[in-house]
Ligand binder design. Sequence first.
Ligand code: GUN
Length: 286
Amino acid sequence: MATIIDGKAISAAERNNIKEETAAFVAQNGFAPGLAVIIVGENPASQVYVRNKHKACGEVGFLSRVYELPEATTQDQLNALIDELNADDAIHGILCQLPLPKHLCESEVIARISPKKDVDAFHVQNVGRIMLGDYDFLPCTPAGVMVLLRETGVEIAGKECVVLGRSNIVGKPMAMLLLQANGTVTICHSRTQNLAEVTRRADILVVAIGKAKFITGDMVKPGAVVIDVGMDRDENGKLCGDVDFASVEPIASAITPVPGGVGPMTITMLLRNTLTAARRAASDSN
Ligand code: GUN
């Protein structure tokens, strides 16, 4: 029987810390951390995410502004809003919800957000700083995974860590963080040969490939810690992860459920990044 890693509880405790730190920050500086979230168009999933971010900001005492732009917004209009927010002293974090409508360029948007306000940590400057191990912001999902591992008491140093997935947002930075924590890290992907042989070596297996129930019990080493970043739908349309929980849970020593594992941590880490950005801004102005 594996320990079920309770992302909801760990997230709630971390948000409580952020709330207390925010109250102290406001008392000291006379202003609250401010997050601006931009959403273009009417993608229903994005609308839910943005609503949740706005609500979470309110709960910890942040200023939160949501900019809902119409589908027909031009690149110039979006760029102009980002420039305005880059120059706005009340705003410490800027997040443009992805995906954007097809006619808009995501890489241009990411490059235009000031690296100091880039609470997604998507800007090339912040990505580079993660490589060097000298960063203010970490991308929210890998940062959340590291908190889950820490709070579960998982030792990373010297362990075989396998990351399945190589996206810029999850797989690559995840591998880098495990490496910085002195893990021995392997990244696998859709072209990896003998995948099960590699995943079976993992003491810590992080799965982020976006394929429902892809990792089955026979692909997992007994006693492994299994972190499921997936958010998929099963054959009945029910929310599930990249890991087949039913066959992996009896083999693993600890495992994240979906929902209730990694998911709740991502907004929490966005709040953490926004507080960090506000602290930087406060110390820059002193
Ligand atoms: N869309 C889905 N996840 C994310 C995220 O973490 N950041 C942004 N900007 N857009 C997203």
